[in-house]
Design a protein around this ligand. Structure first.
Ligand SMILES: [Zn+2]
Length: 152
């Protein structure tokens, strides 16, 4: 799952969640992404935050010399528990909207999809630690997400 900061032609910024970069690309090509504020389908991915963090008054380095970066980009600060919870809620909401709920059959369905026995699709559900361990052993791709505390 990837998150992109998107911007429409009217400069509204919003967040888009996609299963992968390829999915984002496909949806963008088909103009399936629209701005939640104005509905514009002219949506672009914003450059990464640290890529635009450049001092304007700095002279451009000479072109022929490969300048090593003076300071490495600051790693993003880890999210606070509240932000992390917010993120989780976001992800869970996305999954509910876009993934088929297979409940406790998750391990079985994931395995069958992996083996090509059933049509490939996005699913979510629950699995016991034993089941997830088995899936991992068989090389079945899945992501385990902690459940957000919805009642606090
Ligand atoms: Zn807009």
């Amino acid at each position: 799952m990837v998150v992109y900061n998107l911007i429409c032609r009217k400069k509204h910024q919003f967040e888009g969640w996609f299963p992968s970069f390829e999915d984002f690309q496909k949806q963008a090509d088909k103009k399936l992404i629209s701005c939640p504020t104005c509905g514009s389908k002219r949506v672009e991915k914003m450059p990464h935050a640290c890529a635009v963090h450049v001092k304007k008054d700095q002279p451009a380095p000479p072109k022929k010399v490969e300048q090593p970066a003076a300071t490495p980009p600051t790693p993003p600060t880890p999210p606070s528990p509240a932000e992390f919870k917010e993120m989780l809620l976001h992800v869970h909401h996305y999954i509910k909207e876009n993934f088929e709920d297979v409940g406790s059959r998750f391990a079985e369905e994931a395995r069958q999809i992996h083996q090509g026995k059933v049509k490939e699709r996005a699913i979510h559900g629950t699995a016991t630690p034993k089941e997830t361990a088995e899936l991992a052993e068989e090389g079945v791709p899945f992501i385990a997400l902690p459940k957000p505390e919805l009642d606090s």
